[in-house]
Design a protein around this ligand. Structure first.
Ligand code: AHG
Ligand code: MN
Ligand code: MN
Ligand code: MN
Length: 340
């Protein structure tokens, strides 16, 4: 701490300026992240109003996923689109709630980045006042591409230059990585700024906690059945320990718990709709969350291979997700590889 550090608190802005001075990011990416964070503050205000803000319930529309959109899905999507149109050094955005990517309007300067977001993750929980969030992922726009289309977003997760989420819970927190570890910022509502509250989140290598929607059990493939059977057998079973289950059904909230105290989160392939390869979307759920978890010392596979190495083929494609404490992810992956 220098003699200037009277308050001792480090804002998101200062953290990003320090990362820019360290040569880890450029001014344009720094500003993009600040603009996304500001949009998340605006979404936090809307989410926080709940029934008083007229923001709950269905929007009366649907998205390409075949999901009925909640009003807040649409509100959050519009907030992010607007914010990044005018200030985000972007070339284009893509979203869970938009069929195709949206190039930045020609009236604005075109930036070098592509932004993907899940504007409101955990929508099914918004009307019952359970934590929800926004997930985002930043890619480079390929050289010389001035009007990107969906195909330019199809880059493996390893090419992300930044990823993060904002969780709208008892406190609003931004969790971010630019490839230099995963750090958590808590919104100081009086100042209106995110303040660094955890530098270097770390996922413990092993765990006794799993997050799986067990109601899909009859639809899983054999290795997933076997893995969970052994997990539930407790200390006298092959795993030799008891496991606790937690399932919030907001990926942001389940992943935040895992980044905070460890655990394994699994949304596997199931035969309910074989073409869907599970429920979670690669580009704006699995990839950003896998990036954050790996930067925190955890691991993420699709049951067989590292998620960040997967070569995307469609903007809204789905992928089985096994992420969290690296020893437990390895164990679950082992069951699948041994079965193949
Ligand atoms: P979204 O609300 O963005 O569509 O995502 C919901 C996802 C994810 O947040 C969560 O882990 C999962 O759906 C829950 O699925 P189930 O409702 O099948 O448990
Ligand atoms: Mn949805
Ligand atoms: Mn989601
Ligand atoms: Mn969503």
């Amino acid at each position: 701490m220098s003699e200037f550090d009277k308050s001792g608190s480090i804002s998101l802005t200062r953290h990003l300026i320090e990362e820019e001075r360290a040569g880890h990011i450029g001014a344009d990416l720094r500003l993009l992240i600040e603009v996304v964070a500001r949009a998340c503050k605006s979404i936090s205000v809307s989410v926080g109003k709940g029934a008083l803000g007229g923001v709950l319930g269905e929007a009366g529309s649907g998205n390409i996923q075949g999901e009925a959109q909640k009003k807040l899905d649409v509100i959050a999507n519009d907030v992010l689109l607007e914010a990044n149109a005018w200030g985000g050094h972007l070339a284009a955005c893509a979203s869970e709630e938009m069929d195709h990517c949206q190039p930045i309007p020609d009236v604005y300067p075109r930036g070098n980045y592509l932004l993907l977001f899940d504007p409101l993750d955990g929508s099914s929980n918004i009307d019952v006042n359970v934590s929800v969030g926004t997930i985002f992922s930043v890619l480079r726009c390929p050289e010389g591409v001035t009007h990107p289309d969906d195909s330019h977003f199809l880059q493996p997760g390893t090419t992300q230059v930044a990823a993060g989420y904002c969780i709208y819970g008892p406190s609003t927190m931004l969790v971010l990585s630019i490839g230099q570890g995963t750090h958590a910022f808590t919104l100081d509502r009086e100042m209106g700024s995110f303040v660094l509250t955890t530098r270097g989140m770390t996922v413990p290598a092993s765990t006794k906690e799993f997050a799986i929607n067990m109601s899909n059990q009859r639809h899983w493939e054999t290795p997933m059945q076997d893995y969970v059977r052994d997990l539930l057998a407790g200390e006298t079973g092959p795993r030799g320990k008891n496991f606790n289950m937690r399932w919030i059904a907001s990926m942001v909230a389940d992943v935040h718990r895992i980044l905070t105290r460890g655990g394994v989160f699994i949304y596997p392939w199931d035969k309910k709709d074989p073409s869907k390869a599970g429920k979670l979307r690669l580009m704006y759920e699995a990839n950003p969350m896998s990036y954050l978890v790996e930067q925190a010392g955890g691991a993420a596979t699709n049951g067989r291979t590292r998620i960040l190495d997967l070569a995307p083929t469609q903007l809204h494609q789905r992928v089985p997700v096994f992420l969290g404490s690296r020893d437990e992810v390895a164990k679950a992956t082992e069951y699948h590889l041994a079965h193949d």
